[in-house]
Ligand binder design. Structure first.
Ligand code: B12
Ligand code: SF4
Length: 531
């Protein structure tokens, strides 16, 4: 009997940019008696059906974009006599769909770190439950990934999570609803141990796979003080302190390490935080700019973001503190007009962002936007190939529209064409060459140019902003560029590197909770919700 963990994808590039972290976390959650799981990342290569034997256990992770492929893999595995289990954000939101379309025996909702062990044990006993509530476990319970099972030559960046959840409530994002608004933070010791492990095996580029690396803003602290809410103030201060401790420890790691994260632009007001990030070698961050106008920001419940001149200044502040910005912009908001496209690319260039992505408005399940749209559609449902458009991920890719929600003044095609022009303008050769001036020497300048082109090609390859003829060409280009780029990320392994000697917290017994000072450290299954 073998356990297989499959990351489904229709696009296999042979090389991937970032490790899908869930694969290696669930590998760590797999009970010892089941042996080492077989990991299949289909963004590298497709699963070989003959590797699945009757009685095997197959865990498949689905987000909305790869659900259709995930269900195909699940049906194949079940037809070969395996136990089929789904998890991930999409299965969490639509467990019944995974049971029906994906022919699952079981679905895990929420975090899998603890629940997966129970599923495997139940499958081994021949009696899996139907739905397991993985819940939202505490940061202290997050498992470290099994990097020993990774093929290092296949990935450019590894991914380590330091915090989960986000206190904001943007209308297009599901994170605050599924992962919660309460930040769940891992201890810096555990994060550093994992990163040291990665550097030992030759990884120096690590994506901090966090929803929001800046969970406590200066405004949050000011408000708690003004309201004389001492308990809140203490809680926020503790979270912030832990962030600084983490960054202090990151700063002590080998100097060739490079980290990247995701953060809100509010961090631009916090010079102390940005300086700590620079010292920690967090060289870049994805910042959700979304829209450059106040109306656009209001439409996505993000009016705490800046617009106009203030926006350009805020993003330039990151650069001034040594943190590069990957600006993320959304097109297709109801407030967008033809002029918005030019204004956006002009702002991206003016604000000095190092990279940018221009995504089309997509109503992801679990978001406020999706709920609104589903309600509207209830009155007069649109069907494509017999599938309601509100279940667009089930529509075969060949006939799936690029945009799902109608825009009040522009056609989908107009938005797509204008978005593509924006990508082309931001990533044209002269613009990339100019931005590459941030590199210290010609070698890194060439690397920068390659990376910029790869980024653009990979987005084109996923079809977000490109027509199908160009997409085909782009995929081939992306494959080639990815192979060249992979070499740039190689680092000499450092097997001699050791993590600091921490004051280790004694592990609590099964079902018990240990206390270190005032910090509760639950033991395995201590807060596991019932099925
Ligand atoms: C880091 C990240 C990225 C990175 C790295 C992706 C990668 N290769 O791993 C980058 C920046 C490349 C990225 C890109 C995109 N991302 Co992203 N990303 C994330 C983020 C912030 C963290 C993911 C992560 O690694 N978490 C750590 C692991 C350990 O947690 P996990 O994946 O949730 O897995 C746990 C559970 O879900 C469960 N589980 C998961 N799988 C399984 C399987 C089984 C069998 C079981 C039992 C349990 C289980 O157990 C795990 C451990 O607890 C999430 C936000 C989030 N909170 O999930 C968004 C998120 C997943 N991304 C999202 C989106 C939309 C995208 C993009 C489409 C963005 C875009 N417009 O281009 C692309 C798509 C890329 C692709 N084709 O896959 C959405 C997905 C929404 C949805 N409904 O599908 C999320 C939820 C963010 C959001 N704003 O809503 N992303
Ligand atoms: S888009 Fe970013 S800031 Fe907004 S809720 Fe999602 S993770 Fe938080």
């Amino acid at each position: 009997m073998s356990v297989h963990l499959v990351n489904p994808s229709d696009n296999s590039f042979g090389t991937a940019v970032i490790t899908p972290r869930w694969l290696f976390v669930l590998a760590a959650a797999t009970p010892r008696e089941a042996g080492d799981p077989i990991l299949v990342d289909e963004s590298l290569e497709q699963i070989v059906p003959e590797t699945i034997q009757p009685g095997d256990i197959v865990g498949i992770s689905v987000h909305t974009g790869n659900a259709l492929r995930g269900y195909q893999v699940g049906r194949m595995a079940r037809s070969r006599g395996a136990w089929v289990v789904y998890g991930g954000i999409h299965a969490t939101l639509f467990p019944e769909e995974a049971l029906e379309r994906g022919e699952a025996h079981a679905v895990v909702k929420g975090d899998g770190d603890i629940a997966w062990g129970r599923v495997v044990t139940d499958c081994l006993a021949g009696k899996p439950g139907r739905i397991y509530e993985g819940g939202r476990i505490e940061g202290t319970q997050f498992l470290a990934a099994r990097w020993d099972l990774m093929r290092p030559e296949k990935y450019m960046w590894a991914s380590v999570q330091t915090i989960r959840g986000c206190p904001k409530h943007c209308s297009f994002c599901s994170v605050w609803r599924t992962d919660g608004q309460k930040p769940r933070q891992r201890s810096h010791q555990k994060v550093i141990d994992e990163i040291v492990n990665l550097r030992q095996i030759g990884f120096r580029f690590v994506a901090l796979a966090d929803d929001n690396f800046y969970p406590v803003t200066l405004t949050d602290l000011k408000l708690a003080k003004q309201q004389n809410n001492l308990a809140k103030l203490e809680e926020l201060t503790a979270i912030r302190k832990e962030r600084f401790e983490l960054m202090e420890e990151l700063a002590k790691l080998p100097k060739d390490m490079v980290f990247f994260t995701q953060i809100t632009m509010e961090a631009g007001e916090d010079g102390e935080y940005l300086d700590a990030m620079r010292r920690a070698n967090i060289k870049g961050a994805l910042v959700g700019v979304e829209a450059v106008t106040p109306e656009g920001l209001k439409a996505v419940f993000k009016d705490w973001n800046y617009s106009g001149e203030a926006l350009a200044k805020q993003l330039q502040t990151f650069r001034a503190h040594g943190v590069h910005v990957l600006g993320s912009f959304i097109f297709g908001l109801p407030t967008d007009r033809p002029a918005t496209f030019d204004a956006t690319v002009a702002m991206a260039l003016k604000a000095g962002v190092t990279f940018a992505q221009f995504v089309m408005m997509t109503p992801f399940p679990g978001t406020v936007d999706f709920g609104r749209w589903e309600k509207e559609q209830d009155k007069d449902p649109t069907l494509i190939g017999g599938v309601p458009i509100t279940r667009y991920w089930l529509i075969p890719t060949e006939i799936r529209p690029k945009m799902f929600t109608p825009h009040p003044t522009m056609s989908s095609e107009e938005i797509r064409v204008r978005t593509q022009k924006v990508w082309d303008r931001f990533y044209n050769w002269p613009a990339i060459w100019q931005r590459s001036a941030c590199c210290p020497n010609i070698t890194s300048r060439i690397a920068f140019i390659f990376l910029s082109k790869l980024y653009r090609q990979m987005y084109a390859g996923t079809g977000i902003s490109t027509d199908s003829a160009r997409r085909k060409k782009s995929k081939a280009m992306a494959r080639w560029t990815a192979r060249q780029c992979k070499r740039l990320f190689k680092a000499k392994p450092m097997p001699e590197l050791r993590p600091p000697e921490w004051d280790r917290v004694p592990a609590p017994a099964m079902g018990q909770t240990a206390f270190v000072g005032s910090v509760a450290v639950p033991g395995p299954f201590a807060v596991f919700p019932e099925n």
